[in-house]
Design a protein. Structure first.
Length: 369
């Protein structure tokens, strides 16, 4: 049994899908990972985990006909060389070109696309956005037609595509995100010095602007609360630029730690984990914070609302509402009993719903492994 796992973002393959790929190996499969980063940077790291890594040219953003043709051809060459039995693919371009390339070679290759969040294309506005949404919708419809099952991480995304008639209900299934490794992310005590934390790409749709506004509001209030920020700058057109972040660092509003391969030391320092995102699949960073026993403040948005039972393990707030973010954070930090209660409940929900072993078992059942 050969399984190809295909993504347009190599770091997400390594950090977010490694437990799943190891689960495939444990079931007797030979696993190949395909992503966008150069092989010389990643091949050895994947090989150390028993996985072959191959690189393809693929851009995550925008329309580029020549670039997309090269992506399709590169994926097709890899599939021809490997001849996988099954393909697990996620992210828009690798879903479309992965499934179509497989179909052009052998209709018996079983494809399982994961829609891990629809992103701004399906929920944005404007003429350009509408055009891209139409094109991607047609591509998705064709790719889903040739897929065995289409996997979603939340009902909002599933219903959105069902309403657009891009697939039938009987082809859909839901999993609880990518799961979290409960042995790696253990519950640790809340810190003595109050702090909030954001972990993620510094892009508009993740709510980075709202987080910085929240940090500034905390600074103005005079409250002794550290505002921690972990994550990389991004190529997305809506990404925060380094010169835009620098004043917040210089004025002591946030403590910025850049991109980190291990976020556990930063989770251990925070009292409340904050994600003001506009939409998600199921946010991995929130699952890791929950497993660590952190109260959560996030938005009542697709994907985010799945992770929080309001006033049980945290608070849900409206999208783009800094006042609500501030009030929710302060309510937790000013009341240690609430913080302790939310901490216990976060870990409980992580164990019951998001254990990576349970999620991987569900994926293998869908893929008939």
């Amino acid at each position: 049994m050969k399984i190809l796992v295909l993504s347009s973002h190599t770091p997400s393959l390594f950090w977010f899908r490694m437990d799943m790929m190891k689960s495939f190996i444990a079931s007797g499969a030979k696993v190949y990972a395909v992503g966008n980063e150069p092989e010389e940077n990643w091949k050895r790291r994947f090989e150390d985990e028993g996985i072959d890594y191959l690189s393809i040219p693929v851009s995550r953003n925008g329309l580029n006909v020549l670039g997309d043709v090269l992506t399709f051809q590169s994926i097709r060459r890899i599939i021809l060389a490997i001849r996988p039995d099954k393909i697990f693919t996620y992210q828009a371009k690798t879903i479309v070109y992965g499934v179509l390339a497989a179909r052009s070679i052998d209709k018996n290759i079983e494809c399982f696309p994961l829609v891990a969040g629809l992103g701004s294309i399906f929920r944005g506005h404007g003429i350009k956005n509408s055009l891209i949404k139409t094109i991607l919708g047609l591509q998705y419809k064709l790719a889903f037609k040739f897929s065995i099952k289409v996997i979603f991480q939340n009902n909002d995304d599933k219903n959105e595509l069902l309403n657009l008639k891009l697939l039938n209900t009987d082809k859909t299934c839901i999993i609880n995100g990518s799961g979290v490794n409960l042995d790696k992310f253990i519950c640790v005590p809340l810190p003595s010095t109050p702090a909030i934390l954001y972990v993620g790409r510094l892009v508009k749709d993740k709510g980075i602007g709202e987080y910085l506004n929240l940090a500034q509001r905390i600074k103005i209030s005079g409250k002794n609360i550290r505002c921690l920020l972990v994550g990389p700058f991004d190529s997305n057109p809506s990404a925060l630029k380094s010169e835009e972040l620098q004043p917040y660092i210089d004025n002591g509003i946030v403590e910025y730690f850049g991109e980190q391969s291990d976020v556990r030391p930063y989770l251990a320092q925070c009292t409340v984990y904050v994600l003001p995102s506009y939409h998600e699949g199921t946010p991995k960073s929130v699952l890791e914070a929950m497993a660590t026993g952190r109260p959560i403040v996030t938005t009542d948005a697709p994907g985010c609302r799945e992770t929080v039972s309001d006033n049980v393990n945290g608070f849900l707030v409206p999208i783009k509402d800094t006042d609500a973010l501030f009030n929710a954070v302060i309510k937790i930090i000013d009341n240690k009993n609430i913080a302790r209660k939310f901490s216990v409940e976060s870990r409980r929900i992580a164990e019951e719903k998001y254990d990576v072993n349970k999620v991987n078992t569900a994926i293998k059942k869908i893929m008939r492994l």
